[in-house]
Design a protein around this ligand. Structure first.
Ligand code: NI
Length: 168
């Protein structure tokens, strides 16, 4: 088990488009388990492989209050979506900032688990928001991309300043 380093906006590696997972091997299972550990430790409700600089289509999440419902989605696809809702979102790659983002309210998802088995399920509320947010990461997209340029630039300069203070 190991804690992984989480990339922070505006790191350009967060803009990488992830590739499909094709090997469901021990290395993948190790990465999944390290990502869960990193997400719970942060703490966060979701983490995409992109955020730990691994550019494959994998995300982990747990939106339960008791933090006892780990879910791992591999090669996820949204096959149906409807409705709209707006929720405050945050992101482990954009620490300390929360902004409203509009997403689909209900989604139907097809994904593989870490053994490669395919399943389909429906999600709504915070679970649907979390899946859409994490799937954006796999496309190199961040929730700040939905905000105005003014807001995004303000967040960028605050984070850059914080990072300089840490390293400098
Ligand atoms: Ni995020």
């Amino acid at each position: 088990m190991a804690l992984l380093n989480i990339l922070h906006f505006p790191d350009s590696r967060l803009r990488t488009v992830a590739k499909a997972v094709t090997e469901f091997d021990a290395e993948l299972k190790q990465l999944v388990s390290d990502m869960f550990e990193t997400m719970y430790e942060a703490p966060g409700i979701g983490l995409a492989a992109t955020q730990v600089d691994r550019h494959i289509r994998l995300l982990v999440m747990d939106v339960s209050e008791a933090r006892n419902q780990p879910r791992c989605l591999i090669n996820p696809e949204i096959i149906e979506s409807d409705g709209e809702e707006e929720m405050d979102e945050g992101c482990l790659s954009v620490p300390g900032f929360y902004e409203k983002v509009r997403r689909a309210e209900h989604i139907r998802v097809r994904a593989q688990n870490q053994d490669g088995e395919v399943s389909e399920f429906e999600a709504e509320g915070i679970e649907a928001v979390c899946i859409q947010h994490e799937m954006d990461h796999l496309e190199g997209k961040l929730f700040v991309d939905y905000l105005s340029n003014l807001k995004r630039n303000r967040i960028r300069s605050k984070l850059v300043k914080q990072q300089k203070q840490k390293t400098g």
